[in-house]
Structures are given as structure tokens and as C-alpha cells.
Design a protein around this ligand. Structure first.
Ligand code: CP3
Length: 337
């Protein structure tokens, strides 16, 4: 494991990056975004992928770039129409989980602009900075694919699950394979860390937690290891509460991303001690005007993780309201600690 993020055994200096670091809180983002009629086109334009991926590194002294892309590219390439509407978010056309859909393979040729962008980004990145490739976890992808977009409770998806357990299993199994293939593709193209976003793991009914919250991620990691993918793998089981413990022992990920709701002290005491932690800072604090609060929160995390291997990060993505000066201030606090 050669990654800078993770190789630090003596964690006196905390590695750091930020979830959604390349988004709308940086003004230049919009000039890249506005070149494209659709967000999907943006995510498939080699030049724009490179520019957006590198953008936050021009502002911040961070240890990793995350590939500019989206978890919903996978449904798009599985033939489901995906669009991003202003003030609504993603909108996905209805799917029918029939044999034709289940047999549809992803065509890795579709990802060529991503591969080329990874290759170019690697040329410009300093050797010790990581490039993170990613995908959505099967449960989270299934949520968007069945619900047709974002939702506060994904009730339609959960009702679908209770009605059609067999179809739901088949969809998850299919996505598990597709996710592993897509991650392997990003690794082979040059990514040095991989990440699996289970943004909606808090919506998994308890009865299905192991089946959908643990097993798909575990199968993805096992599949990648079998294919000789050697880089660190980060899992983000967002707001999964006490289930973090089982997740940390059973999914085989190297790093667990801790959301901003979870008590970090509890997490450090209870999760698998061989797993590296990441995150926990509330991104909303970086939109505030309160530098004293920022200082206290950054120190709280640094104090708690002083003797641990921890990657400094937010507990969920930076929002458009986040202020660049606050992110810079947090970075300075970490570097001077
Ligand atoms: O800095 C980065 O992390 C950039 C790459 C990135 C994006 N999306 C770009 C993006 C990553 C890692 C993602 C992951 C992603 N996408 C997740 C998992 C992480 C998380 O936040 O929990 C999810 C759930 C999505 C799905 C998605 N994409 C939604 C719900 C939305 C619309 C809502 C929103 O936050 O704007 C998107 C669009 C999207 N993906 C934007 C960006 C920069 C905004 C597009 C725009 O309006 O310009």
C-alpha cells in the first residue's frame, strides 16, 4: 500500500482531504460546469474532468485529489436515463428489473474519457498525492434507481424491497459486480485509493442490514483483492450508527469514513482497531462565521485521534455554502497542530 493518505504509521501529521472538495463552493467550478449542457456530459469530458479534479488543489494543501465524476454515471451506462435538474437534484427514469436489464453488461469503452483523464491527472499530481476513484455502494445506487431521484426516506424503494425481495436481490447482485468492475477499471487507469459511498445506508431496514449494508461492499472488496487490486479502500456507511462496528469488522475495507453525527470517541473505542478512520467534522461548520467553533471542533478531532491513524476530513460533502477561507483555516490548524 503505497498511498500517502494511509502510509503514515506515526500519525503525528494528519493526512487530509475533503469530501466533495471539487464542487460549487469554488467559484471557478461554474466556468467548467457551464461549458456543458448536461452534468453527465461534464462528467464524460476529459478536459473538464481534469480541470475540476485539480481545482481544489490550487486552493488547498491537501493530500489527495478525488476524481471528478458521479456515482450516478453507473445507472446512466446501464441504460437508465439520468439528468440533474436545478433545485431538484438527480432525476432517473423508471426501470424495469427484467432479464434484459439484469443481463446488460457495462461497456468499459464508455469510460474511455475517464481513463484518459486519470492518466493525465496522474502526470500533473505530485507523486505523494493520491488520486481517489470511487463508486456508489449497491444499496445507495439501488435507492436512486428505484426511487427515481433523491428522497427524504426512500419509502418507495423500501416498499419495492418488501414487495419484490427477489428482484431487489438480483439488482443488488448485478450492481455489486458492476461496481467492482468499475473500481478495478479506475485502479488500472491509475487511481491509488478507491472509495465506496453508501450515502443512504441509514435507510436499510434492520432486517436487511447485513444483506445490503455489509455483504455487497464485502463482495466488492473481495473481488478487487482477487483481481490483485492492492490499493487502500475507503468505505462510507453514512449515518449507520451502531452498525458501524459490524461494518468495520466485516466489510474488509481499510478505512471507515465517520459521518458528522457519530460520536467519534465512541467510534474509536468500538470499531475494529485495525481499521483507519476518516472524517467526522461537520461540513456545516465550514459555512459558519465562527472561527472559534471551527478551531474547537478541529482540535476535538485532532485530540481524539492523536494516537490513531486518522485521515482528517468532513463527515459528509462540502456544500456550496462552505467558505474557502474556513477550509484554509481548518487546514492551517491541522498543519500547525
Ligand atoms: O469533489 C468531489 O467529491 C467531486 C466528485 C463527486 C461528485 N459527486 C460531483 C457532483 C463525488 C465523489 C460525488 C458522489 C456522489 N454523487 C454521492 C456520494 C457522496 C455523497 O455526497 O453522499 C451522491 C449521493 C451523488 C449523487 C448526486 N450527484 C446528487 C444527489 C447530486 C445533486 C445534489 C447535489 O449535491 O448537488 C449530484 C450532483 C453533483 N455531483 C454535483 C457535483 C459537483 C453538483 C452538480 C452541479 O449542480 O453542478
Amino acid at each position: 500500500m503505497i498511498s500517502k493518505l494511509i502510509r503514515l504509521k506515526n500519525n503525528s501529521v494528519k493526512p487530509k482531504w475533503f469530501l466533495r472538495q471539487s464542487g460549487r463552493h469554488i467559484p471557478e467550478y461554474f466556468s467548467i460546469r457551464n461549458k456543458h449542457r448536461s452534468f453527465i456530459n461534464f462528467c464524460l469530458n476529459e478536459r473538464s474532468i481534469i480541470e475540476a479534479t485539480i481545482l481544489p488543489l490550487k486552493y488547498y494543501n491537501i493530500d489527495a485529489a478525488i476524481l471528478f465524476s458521479d456515482i450516478l454515471l453507473l445507472p446512466h451506462f446501464l441504460g437508465q436515463k439520468v439528468s440533474f435538474e436545478k433545485k431538484i437534484g438527480p432525476v432517473l427514469e423508471g426501470i424495469i428489473i427484467d432479464d434484459k436489464f439484469l443481463k446488460k453488461e457495462i461497456d468499459l469503452n464508455d469510460f474511455t474519457p475517464i481513463k484518459k483523464a486519470i492518466f493525465e491527472i496522474k502526470k500533473t499530481l505530485p507523486p505523494l498525492k493520491d488520486l481517489i476513484g470511487f463508486c456508489g455502494a449497491p444499496w445507495t445506487l439501488a435507492c436512486y434507481m428505484i426511487e427515481g431521484g433523491s428522497s427524504k426516506d426512500f419509502a418507495k424503494t423500501r416498499t419495492f424491497l418488501w414487495n419484490n425481495e427477489k428482484s431487489f436481490f438480483k439488482l443488488i447482485n448485478k450492481l455489486t459486480k458492476n461496481c467492482a468492475d468499475f473500481l478495478e477499471y479506475q485502479y488500472l487507469a491509475g487511481c491509488t485509493v478507491l472509495m465506496i459511498f453508501d450515502t443512504w445506508s441509514s435507510m436499510i431496514p434492520d432486517r436487511y442490514w447485513v444483506k445490503f449494508g455489509i455483504e455487497p461492499t464485502k463482495l466488492i472488496v473481495e473481488r478487487l483483492r482477487k483481481k490483485n487490486v492492492k490499493c487502500p479502500i475507503i468505505g462510507l456507511p453514512f449515518k449507520s450508527g451502531e452498525m458501524l462496528i459490524q461494518y468495520s469488522y466485516e466489510t474488509l475495507v481499510d478505512v471507515v469514513s465517520i459521518d458528522w453525527k457519530t460520536n467519534l470517541n465512541w467510534a474509536l473505542k468500538n470499531i475494529n482497531e485495525n481499521v483507519i478512520t476518516q472524517g467526522n467534522l461537520d461540513p456545516a461548520i465550514l459555512a459558519s462565521d465562527n472561527s472559534l467553533s471551527i478551531k474547537k471542533e478541529v482540535y476535538r478531532i485532532l485530540d481524539l485521534t492523536q494516537k490513531k491513524r486518522h485521515i482528517f476530513n468532513v463527515g459528509h460533502g462540502l456544500t456550496p455554502e462552505v467558505k474557502i477561507k474556513n477550509v484554509k483555516y481548518a487546514i492551517k490548524l491541522i498543519d500547525d497542530y
